[in-house]
Design a protein around this ligand. Structure first.
Ligand SMILES: Cc1cc2nc3c(=O)[nH]c(=O)nc-3n(C[C@H](O)[C@H](O)[C@H](O)COP(=O)(O)O)c2cc1C
Length: 192
């Protein structure tokens, strides 16, 4: 089983985080969740449930996720000695993305991402913004050159999605692929 840190920020698209956590936790992975303040608020606004209450509903999963407070720099993910396999920031705001690119974030979420980069661990960033400014694009270039994977929430339509769930699953499946976790959320392309 993998130990995955999930960072949730105040970009739109909390449903991606919700779906990903359900998948990982349901499959028995060790999931550690960190929400920024706005991430917490946008998650509640968009999904109708707070991240804390949502995590509580997963109590019956093979492995219940752990939630860490973003201002608690004493939490395990703040240290490189806490051996996480990967971190996913989903959805990632331009503010957090820029802070990580500058190495300047003071929060647990920012520190955990910085730890992933310095330890050469997988950091998957799922930005949600449109259009992008030059600053956004430059920050993404900086991060990809430092080793992060920039995986925009950018659904494909070749699978003929019928529901919002289908569209959400497309991006979550790509994240799971990056994590090396087998999944059947979408049908894989096998040609026409
Ligand atoms: C409803 C709502 C939707 C937002 N959507 C986005 C978004 O898609 N992308 C983005 O970069 N910022 C978005 N923002 C702005 C961020 O929340 C804001 O920049 C905030 O400072 C991000 O802080 P954080 O990165 O610490 O979560 C949104 C804000 C709100 C209230």
């Amino acid at each position: 089983m993998n130990r995955i840190i999930i960072g949730i920020t105040g970009a739109s698209g909390s449903v991606y985080a919700k779906r990903l956590i359900e998948e990982l936790s349901g499959a028995g992975h060790d999931v550690h969740v960190i929400c920024s303040k706005t991430g917490d608020e946008v998650f509640s606004y968009e999904t109708g449930i707070s991240p804390e209450d949502f995590i509580r509903t997963l109590g019956g999963s093979p492995k219940a996720p752990v939630i860490h407070q973003n201002d608690n720099l004493f939490a395990p993910p703040a240290s490189g000695s806490f051996k996480a396999d990967a971190m996913v920031i989903v959805p990632a705001s331009m503010a957090t993305l820029g802070g990580i690119a500058a190495g300047s974030l003071q929060s647990l979420l920012g520190r955990s991402a910085d730890v992933c980069l310095k330890e050469r661990r997988k950091l998957i960033i799922v930005p949600r913004e449109t259009p992008f400014s030059r600053i956004h694009l430059r920050n993404m270039l900086e991060l990809t050159e430092t080793g992060a994977v920039i995986l925009p929430a950018m659904p494909g339509f070749y699978n003929h999605p019928k529901t919002v769930d289908d569209i959400v699953n497309f991006t979550v499946a790509r994240i799971l692929d990056q994590l090396g976790i087998e999944n059947t959320l979408t049908k894989r392309w096998e040609g026409r």
